[in-house]
Design a protein around this ligand. Structure first.
Ligand code: SAH
Length: 369
């Protein structure tokens, strides 16, 4: 019998689980807090539960189904965790320390079905959807490694669904995981601290727009014309730029006062990074009357298997200036963790002895950081 992974149950589901068990409902609250607020790895540590209950839980359920294979630490402090599902699929999660607030970048799928030509994850193909519990467990594992089990996060945590996979192709599990993580008796990471990044799955952008409590949205654009985007991101042949921008506009209309959303634009040296491309991009936004979009410019992170180059730094600046001159806010994202293959588009379960691997592989228990 496979054990039930309680970390992926909503509060209501956890209550039902305990009801089936013949235990009072408040046990569900104790266990929810134990798993998410205290971030405990085992039921045995939940000493507020009677011993008999802990034993019953150990027989039928588990708090943890991912194993940590390796941990790599970058010279800039970024950490990449390579974990594994019970089916043996890789799951990568990145911790990015920043001065004011730390960010955890989690994966929504193992591998990815989209075929963006400049992205290393695409080379893996889709290996599997992650369950809500596997998504939540990534975050718990990283928080415990960085701050100690149950340790307070000094200034809260931002979450970004920008690891491997396409979050909008695993929509229900993603939303369930975010709901679990936002609970104030749990991790308490509220939606406005979360950003979901999509390649542009148009029907899901409309569905997302209708959600009442929802995180921030980022849309990966990376080209201002269909001709170029078809080549770089084959998803564009399914939903073209016009359809994508129409969906983005529908989303924009649902934003509250002061809220904005993002387009990500990966700058590929000599391909999509000219001043002319920047002008065309600004014109696309103007044509669709997108006033509350900002552009995050991401210089390409290179890899051996990818036939692209980072842009010339002076060109990046000119691209940004051109957008700003045309009234579009643009920000250049500093690459983080490139040396350990943790940067955008580099997650492909790289397991190399010459990367600094700080995880002992002696025992399963030790691997469960
Ligand atoms: N599938 C989602 C989530 C991944 S987020 C999406 O595409 O939005 C990862 C971001 O990194 C995306 O904006 C993607 O376009 C970008 N990216 C992919 N490969 C990259 C690379 N090699 N260098 C820089 N950014 C890259």
């Amino acid at each position: 019998m496979t054990k039930r992974h309680l970390t992926g149950l909503s509060r209501a589901e956890l209550s039902e689980y305990f009801a089936e068990f013949g235990e009072p409902r408040y046990r569900a609250d104790q266990v929810f807090r134990g798993l998410h607020q205290r971030r405990l790895h085992s039921f045995d540590e939940m000493t507020d539960l009677p011993k008999g209950v802990r034993e019953k839980l150990n027989e039928s359920a588990t708090p943890s189904i991912l194993t940590v294979e390796s941990k790599y630490v970058s010279s800039d402090g970024t950490r990449r965790y390579l974990m594994q599902t019970q089916e043996g699929n890789p799951v990568e999660t990145v911790f990015i320390p920043t001065e004011n607030r730390d960010t955890i970048c989690f994966s929504s799928q193992s591998g990815c079905a989209l075929k963006c030509d400049f992205c290393l994850t695409a080379k893996l193909g889709l290996l599997g959807n992650l369950s809500a519990g596997e998504i939540v467990e990534q975050v718990i594992t990283v928080l415990n490694d960085v701050y100690g089990v149950g340790g307070q996060t000094p200034h809260g945590t931002n979450l970004v669904a920008m690891g491997a996979g396409e979050p909008f192709m695993n929509f229900d599990n993603l939303l369930k995981a975010l709901e679990i993580m936002s609970d104030e008796d749990g991790l308490f990471i509220v939606p406005n601290r979360v950003t979901v990044s999509t390649v542009g799955i148009v029907p899901k952008i409309y569905a997302f727009a209708e959600l009442e409590r929802r995180p921030n949205l980022a849309i990966s654009l990376s080209a201002p014309t269909d001709e170029l985007r078809n080549k770089l991101m084959p998803v564009n042949t399914r939903w073209n730029i016009d359809e994508l921008m129409t969906a983005a506009k529908a989303f924009e209309r649902t934003l509250k006062r002061g809220e904005r959303f993002t387009f990500e634009y990966v700058l590929l040296g000599g391909l999509n990074d000219s001043v002319e491309h920047a002008r065309t991009l600004a014109a696309v936004l103007k044509r669709h009357d997108l006033r509350r979009a900002k552009i995050n410019l991401i210089p390409h992170n290179p890899a051996e298997q990818l036939d692209y180059h980072p842009p010339d730094p002076a060109g990046v600046e000119a691209f940004k200036q051109t957008l700003e001159g045309l009234g579009v806010s643009a920000y250049v994202r500093t690459p983080r963790g490139r040396d350990i293959f943790a940067a955008c588009g580099q997650l492909a379960a790289k397991h190399e002895p010459n990367l600094v691997n700080l995880t002992s592989t002696k025992s399963a228990e030790e691997r469960n950081v």
